[in-house]
Design a protein around this ligand. Structure first.
Ligand code: HEC
Length: 153
């Protein structure tokens, strides 16, 4: 504001060399703010890089943490038998999820693997954190078989 006001004042004496000089100096200082947006962009870019890096570290970290659970690692390493998995399902799960896993008290489990990771499914079955679904303690082979069956739905 003051720069604009005083630059107007100086143009009212265009004959004075000093005024022209002053004007040039002022214009320099008026030009300076133009450098700021790119400065801001650089800072925003730096913040963005930090945020992206933090997200990558968090993502890799959670996955490493999940895989550090020996039970999960064991289940995922085993070869599953979906037919045995279906038998286990009929005994333990069909009462709530329906004989064809198409939903009853519990939701339909069709296309489950499209919305839940294997880790999430293992967690759902073994955690008991979503009542009324009970906490199951299948052996790692039983869990692998169940996963194999659920993935066929
Ligand atoms: C007593 C009833 C009951 C039994 C038995 C049961 N569930 Fe569930 N299940 C539920 C309910 C209710 C939910 C929804 C819970 C929620 O998300 O809050 C659920 C949710 C789930 C989900 C998540 C579905 C989704 O769309 O996110 C999976 C996977 C699952 N059950 C698998 C099983 C398996 C495998 C068994 C057998 C080992 C089983 N359930 C036995 C009631 C049951």
């Amino acid at each position: 504001m003051s720069a604009i006001a005083s630059s107007r004042k100086s143009t009212s004496h265009p004959t004075s060399k000093q005024a022209t000089l002053n004007n040039a100096i002022r214009q320099n200082t008026v030009d300076e703010p133009l450098a700021q947006p790119s400065d801001l962009a650089r800072r925003l870019a730096a913040v963005l890089v930090v945020v992206v890096l933090a997200l990558v570290v968090a993502f890799v970290g959670t996955n490493l943490y999940r895989l550090s659970d020996p039970y999960v690692r064991e289940v995922l390493a085993l070869t599953s038998n979906p037919e045995r998995g279906e038998a286990i399902f009929q005994i333990n799960c069909a009462g709530c999820h329906g004989r064809g896993a198409d939903g009853n008290v519990g939701p339909s489990l069709h296309n489950l693997s499209q919305r839940k990771s294997e880790f999430d499914i293992i967690h759902q079955v073994t955690s008991g954190k979503t009542p009324p679904m009970p906490e199951f303690q299948p052996t790692s082979q039983e869990m692998a078989d169940l996963l194999g069956y659920l993935e066929t739905l």
